[in-house]
Design a protein around this ligand. Structure first.
Ligand SMILES: *[C@@H]1O[C@H](CO)[C@@H](O)[C@H](O)[C@H]1NC(C)=O
Length: 133
């Protein structure tokens, strides 16, 4: 029940602040859209391997309201072809990385991108996926 307790604590904190005239438009939970730090344009993933998708936590607000999800996208013509690499997870608890497995059925290519969904979505530079040798 940790989750419920934390939401309740946040709600209580918000109402306490509201009573003390909080600036208009502030919400109790901040939406956060972190910047991907890996993969980069130099990244090469091997099909079937375990890799980390990482992002900056430098500007992480105290109360992150949104979940996260890592999705693999193909750039170019098939840009909107996408495949989930992770389930929806707790972005605040993930601490700047999520470990994923490069799908076995992915075709090698140099136009892959990772999308990290937070509030909207951050997209990585295009990077390469190669077959196992
Ligand atoms: C992912 O990052 C975590 C934390 O730095 C580390 O412990 C783990 O070994 C990394 N896994 C991979 C596959 O790089």
């Amino acid at each position: 029940m940790k989750f419920t307790t934390s939401i309740l604590a946040s709600a209580l904190a918000y109402f306490a602040v509201s009573v003390n005239a909080a600036p208009a438009g502030r919400s109790a939970l901040d939406v956060w859209n972190p910047t991907i730090t890996s993969p980069t344009a130099e990244t090469v993933w091997i099909v079937g391997s375990t890799v980390n998708v990482t992002w900056s936590t430098a500007n992480e607000p105290a109360d992150v309201s949104n979940g996260g999800q890592v999705v693999l996208a193909v750039d170019g013509l098939a840009r909107f072809t996408a495949q989930d690499l992770s389930p929806v997870f707790d972005l605040a608890a993930a601490d700047g990385f999520y470990t994923v497995t490069v799908p076995d059925d992915i075709a090698p290519g140099n136009d892959y991108q990772v999308v990290l969904f937070g509030d909207s979505g951050n997209i990585s530079p295009s990077f390469t996926i190669v077959a196992t040798s």
